[in-house]
Design a protein around this ligand. Sequence first.
Ligand code: PRX
Length: 657
Amino acid sequence: MHDQKISSLQVENRRFSPSESFQAQSSITAQTIESLQKLASQDVVAFWEHQANELHWFRKWEKSFEWNYPFMKWFQGGLLNLSYNCLDIHLSTNRANKAAIIWESEPGEIRTITYRQLHKEVCKLAEALLQLGVKKGDVVAIYMGMVPEATMAMLACARIGAIHNVIFGGFSEESLKDRINDSKAVCLITQDVAQRKGFFIQLKETADIAMASCPTIQHSIVYQRSATMYTPMQAGRDHWWHELTANKKGNIAPEQLDAEHPLFILYTSGSTGKPKGIFHTTGGYATQVRYSVQLVFDIRETDVYFCTADVGWITGHSYITYGPLMHGATVLMYEGTPTYPTAGRIWEIIERHNVTILYTAPTAIRSFMSFGERYPLASDLSSLRLLGTVGEPINPEAWMWYYSVIGKNNCPIVDTWWQTETGSIMISPIPSVTTITPGTATAPLPGVIADVVRSDGSSCEINEGGYLVIKHPVPSMARTVFGDDERYKQTYWSEFPPNEHHQGFYFTGDGARKDEFGNIWIMGRVDDVVNVSGHRLGTAEVESALVAHPDVAEAAVIAKPDEVKGNALIAFVTMNKTAQYDPKLMNEELRQWVGKEIGSIAKPDEIRFTEQLPKTRSGKIMRRLLREIVASGTISGDTTTLEDFSALESLRKQEEE
Ligand code: PRX
C-alpha cells in the first residue's frame, strides 16, 4: 500500500431527511438507534448476543465469541437450523398461508408459494437428498436460474446440514467445473433450461459437460422448467426433481446444527488468480442478516419485497433467500431480464404485484435511466415505499433519478455497502432516521465498527481519503477462504495486523473518506485508486462526474502511466442510446464537464467511446481488463466472470486501429 493521501474532490451538498409519513409508519426511531449504539459501544459482543437471541435456537450457545487472529467463532455450542428459522417458525402463526414467494417467469407466468407450501417442498427435497446419500457436511452445488426451486434447494441443504455452493447460472462449464471441483461437491442441483431475454439457457447441457470432469459428483437432481425440451439423463447419476420428491412426505425434522456449522461456500473473483470460495457459517450469519433486514429495510408484515439480484450472488443469498424469509416477508422473484421484452418490464412488475421495497444495483439504475423516463412513467409505482442499492458507489445523478422518477420524492434510498465476505450489510442509512446525502452509504449499522484509516492504522481526518476497515469482527463475516486459510489471512487480515494499539483490522479492499457528518464515501477499490499529479484520486469519483452528464450512460476510468503526471486518466464512456454527438466535440465537452464537477486534475486525458463496457456477470465493470487493453492491447488472466466478450473484443479492435 502507498502512504500518500488519497485525494477526494467530490462535493455533494444535497441532504434528504425521512418524511414524516415514513417515520410515522416505522417502529425504528432515533431513540431505537441511539440505544442500539449505546449497547454496542459498551460491549459489542453482548450487543450481538442480544441480536442472536432473536433467532430460534434448539440450544443456547455456551461461548459467544472466540478470536484467534484472524479466525473467529461466534455462538459456539448453540444449536439451530436456518431452514427452521426461515420456515417452521412461521407455520404456527398467521403467516402459514401467507405468500413466501411470488414468482413471475419471463414469459409472464405467475406462481405464488405460501410458507406452508415452501416448507413442504423444502422438506421433500431434503428427504430426497438424504435418500441419495447426501450427508451433513457434504457440499451440494446448485446451478440454477431464478426459479423458486433455487431457494428451495438452498433451504433443503440448510435443513440437513449440507453446505451449498451456488454457482451463478450464467457461468460457463469451465467455471462450473472449477467451482464444483474446488469445493468437492457430491451432488449438483440444476434445471433443464432457464429463460432469459427470450432464450432458453441450456443449464443441464452445460452441467453435463462440467460433470464429465467432476469426479466427486455422484448425483444430480434436475428441476424440469420446460415441459417440452428433451433432456438427456444419465442413468444412476441424474434424477428428475419431480420424480425424486413425488413420494416424499414433506415433513422432515431439521438437523440441529452448531452455530459454526458451515452454511455455504460462495465463489468470488479475486483481483488475480483463481476465484476464492468464501466460507460462511450458520449462527453468526443468520443473526446479522436477520438484524440488517430489520434495520435497513424496516421490514413490515405487509411488504412485497423485490430484490433484482440473482441467487448466484451474495445478495441473492442474504437478501432474497435467508433475510426476508426469516422475517416472514413476501419475496417477489423475477426470472428474467428486467428490461425484457421492453424497458418497462421492471416497472410493470412493480405495479402488478404492488411491490413496496425495491433493492437493485446502480448499474441497473443507470441502464433504466438510459431508456428515458417514459417507461417508469407508464406504470403506477405508488406502492413503493423504500428503495435500495448495492454493489458499487451510486453516482449522485443516478441517485436523484431513482429518488425522483421512481420514488416520486417520497421513498428513502438505502445505499448499502457490504461484500460477499461480510455476508450482510455493514454500512447503510436507517431509512426512518438517517438524513441521506446522495452518493454515500452513510454510516455503519450499530454493532459494526468501521473506520477510514491511513496505512499505519491511524484514523483519517475529515475528508482525508484512506482505507476502509472493520475494527472488530462481526458475526456474519466469512470465516475463511475454503481450503485456503492462508489466502484468507493474507487478503483480509495482513494489511493491519494486531499491534500495541489494536487487535487487527479487517481490510475491505476499498478506499473511502469520511465527511464532517460522519458519512462514509466509498471511493472504489484501492486498486482502482490512481495517482495523478501527486494526487491520489478515486476513479469512482471521476466516473460519477462523467455519468452526471445528461448524455452519458456509463463510464469506467482507469490509469495509464504518464511521464509528467505519474498517471494519465483514460475514460471509457458509453453514451445514452438517444444521445446524438460528435465524438471530437463530446470528448472536449466531457473533459470540461469533469473539470467543472471535480477540478482540473481529474480531467480525463483521453476519452474513448464504446457501445458497451466489459462487465462481470454481476454487473461490475472489469477495469483490470480495460487497463490491460490500454497497456498492451491483449487480454489475459481470468475472464470467466465476463458478461459479454464482444464488448471486450470491440474495445481491443479500436485499440489496434
Ligand atoms: O467495492 C465495494 C463494492 O462492491 C464490493 C463488494 O463486492 P461483492 O463481494 O461482489 O458484493 C457485492 C454485493 C454486496 C465492495 O468491496 N460495493 C458494494 N456495495 C457498495 C460498494 N461500493 C460502494 N457503495 C456500495 N453501496
